[in-house]
Design a protein around this ligand. Structure first.
Ligand code: IMP
Ligand code: MG
Length: 176
């Protein structure tokens, strides 16, 4: 596992499939918030690529912000503990927030983040998750925009890591 080579990874969702789905989500967001401005808040670091691609498919006045929480570290297991490492830079009061995340897994991270962001009194708060592992959910939370529902497999690439590796892969892959 630690030594898995990029050539040994199996493509699970290809770059073409990702691009097509991201465009659809961007079009939906542009329609849902027509005539308004949105703030895309990316959850570092996994959502960086998704936010970057998604933002370019949104035809609205959009600004970026980033938030950081402690997560898996070097293990595949979520400790269940969520700690805020970096808060947003701008005031979110009265804004249309779209929280952009790579994977909605147990839901602990997004439950924690939505609680924090609601305290900022935004006008709207939506969640865009590229992947949804619904079978692993502990908290009762759902994303408003979902790229792909996936089974309980550990995936990497397109921003997602295993022990900080593989984030730069253009496709979403399963680690053997
Ligand atoms: P949750 O709090 O359990 O919903 O965890 C969500 C976070 O866990 C995501 O933002 C990812 O960073 C990480 N995560 C969950 N599943 C995977 C995976 O299959 N690959 C890489 N990271 C994952
Ligand atoms: Mg993450």
């Amino acid at each position: 596992m630690e030594t898995a080579l990029v050539s040994e990874l199996k493509v699970f969702i290809s770059r073409d499939q990702i691009q097509k789905r991201v465009e659809e989500i961007g079009a939906q967001i542009s329609k849902d918030f027509a005539g308004e401005a949105v703030v895309l808040i990316g959850v570092l670091k996994g959502a960086a690529m998704f936010l970057s691609d998604l933002s370019r498919t949104i035809t609205l006045d959009a600004s970026f912000d980033f938030i950081s929480v402690s997560s898996y570290g070097n293990s595949k297991q979520n400790s269940g503990e969520v700690k805020l490492l970096k808060d947003v830079d701008q005031s979110m009061e009265g804004k249309n927030i779209i929280l952009v995340e790579d994977i909605l897994d147990t839901g602990l991270t997004l439950t924690y983040l939505t609680r924090i962001l609601r305290a900022h009194k935004p006008k709207a708060l939506k969640i865009a998750a590229l992947l949804d592992k619904a079978a692993r959910r502990i908290e009762n939370i759902h994303a408003d925009y979902v790229g792909f529902e996936i089974p309980d497999e550990f995936v990497v690439g397109y921003g997602m890591d295993y022990a900080e590796r593989y984030r730069n892969l253009p496709d979403i892959c399963v680690v053997p």
